[in-house]
Design a protein around this ligand. Structure first.
Ligand code: LLP
Length: 426
């Protein structure tokens, strides 16, 4: 569900014609719908607001879309955040997120990042290795603080998703093997500057079935019970993010189904007094954003048609990286148009620079026509780069009939900022 809809033949974001935004802000441009963000967060929150999942905290995963206006929208609705860097924590603080709603994940935290998180006073470090426990103990000791830690366990569950975004298998770099968890917890408890608060996992992203979540929670629940028996005071059970969305024909569980699956998996652990933490990213922002691009040229190859547009793999890398699908909708629908099969490609000098391959577009675009790449709100702008010295694009947020630029398009000076030619280079 989202608020990108045709009114007669023109695509709108809420009450604003996309054509109007493109005319004022230029292309390519990411456009986010405030109403969609709000709805997705509320639906997710409500899906958990009963029974065994009632005591919960939604820590929105900042990496999916870290724009300050997006973060502010979610934080104002009561969201906490899941972060993976000092930069993401900084963003969360900037939008007024309560530090006690921030979790800090990631396999490679540096000392300065650990120190920053301690200074801010976050809810928990999601710790992924023995070395990291030692590092946090060392930094916390030097600051005379006690660091709240959850241990991220790798439950060895197949998320049945793209291998690049599958994280809960033994062969993945993430988490502490479930078989070693008890000894790492025991080690953590002996450290004077660590306070063990929880157990964490994240098995992957874009999951389209509830069963891997259920399996992971079952394993975590068992472990939690044995830890509590060992006397480890587990209060937080963090089950990560990962709920998928429909890009094309996927039929992922609804948030309500997801909530029910979690409650079912938690049934055996009802006696334990735990706060559930979820770290959704994509399901909150994915369908709340589109990338609008302009057709530059049409090119007939020997065996294919190419629609060359002004957005490229540096702006939206998901098709090139994961071969992922984004719907492509014309911003203005033409009467009586018939399908047109083409590769939609960008200007970058790589064959992997495609946004869609062999796609049956609903109509043949003409030069200057605008196209909307759908479901681009998650891992779109945040994964963009300056490859080919292309400025990162503008981001716009729409609310009702209003819109605002929430990140300016980069300028040529922005592109060169920080670069210098040293005196020894003649
Ligand atoms: N928590 C942790 C520890 C994570 O690593 C991730 C995502 C999430 C939460 C949020 O997962 P979500 O609910 O969004 O599935 N760039 C890829 C996705 C990478 C996901 C990385 N981790 C893509 O464009 O599909």
């Amino acid at each position: 569900m989202h608020h990108f809809e045709y009114k007669v033949n023109e695509l709108y974001c809420e009450d604003v014609p996309i054509k109007k935004i493109a005319a004022e802000v230029g292309t390519p441009v990411y456009i986010y719908s405030h109403a969609t963000l709000e709805r997705h967060f509320r639906v997710f929150d409500e899906a958990l607001a009963q029974g065994r999942t009632k005591k919960h905290l939604i820590c929105y995963s900042v990496k999916a879309n870290s724009n300050l206006a997006v973060l502010r929208t979610l934080v104002a609705l009561g969201a906490g955040v899941d972060t993976v860097s000092r930069g993401e924590i900084y963003r969360a603080i900037k939008v007024g997120c309560d530090p006690k709603k921030i979790v800090f994940s990631g396999v490679g935290k540096r000392d300065d990042e650990i120190a920053y998180a301690l200074e801010v006073g976050i809810l928990a470090f999601n710790v992924e290795s023995h070395g990291e426990l030692e590092a946090i103990e060392r930094v916390a000791a030097s600051m005379n603080k006690k660091a709240p830690v959850s241990l991220r366990v790798n439950p060895d569950v197949d998320a049945e998703t793209h291998p690049y975004i599958s994280t809960g298998l033994k062969k993945n770099k993430f988490g502490i093997p479930v078989t070693r968890a008890r000894e790492e917890f025991a080690f953590a408890r002996q450290q004077p500057h660590l306070e063990v608060v929880g157990l964490d996992c994240h098995i992957g992203s874009q999951l389209t079935k509830p069963s891997p979540f259920r399996d992971a929670i079952a394993r975590l629940g068992e472990l939690t019970r044995s830890l509590i028996q060992d006397g480890v005071p587990i209060k937080l059970l963090d089950i990560g993010g990962g709920l998928g969305i429909s890009y094309n024909e996927e039929d992922p569980p609804s948030p309500a189904d997801y909530g029910a699956a979690i409650r079912e998996a938690l049934a055996a652990f009802e006696d334990l007094d735990l706060t559930l933490i979820c770290e959704p990213g994509r399901v909150i922002v994915g369908n709340a954003g589109v990338l609008v691009t302009k057709t530059l040229f049409l090119k007939q190859g020997e065996v294919k048609n190419f629609v060359i547009v002004d957005a490229a793999m540096n702006d939206l890398i998901r098709p090139a990286f994961y071969d992922s699908y984004h719907g492509i909708w014309p911003v203005v629908r033409k009467q009586g148009a018939s399908a047109f099969v083409a590769d939609v490609v960008g200007p970058i000098c790589e064959t992997s620079d495609f946004l869609a391959r062999d796609r049956a577009l609903t109509q043949q675009p003409a030069e200057g026509d605008l196209l909307a790449l759908m479901s681009a709100g998650a891992y779109g702008f945040t994964m963009s780069s300056n490859y080919n010295t292309r400025p990162r694009v503008a981001e716009v947020m729409v609310k009702g009939g209003e819109f605002a630029v929430v990140r300016k398009r980069e300028t040529l000076d922005d592109l060169l900022r920080g670069e210098e030619i040293p005196s020894f280079v003649k």
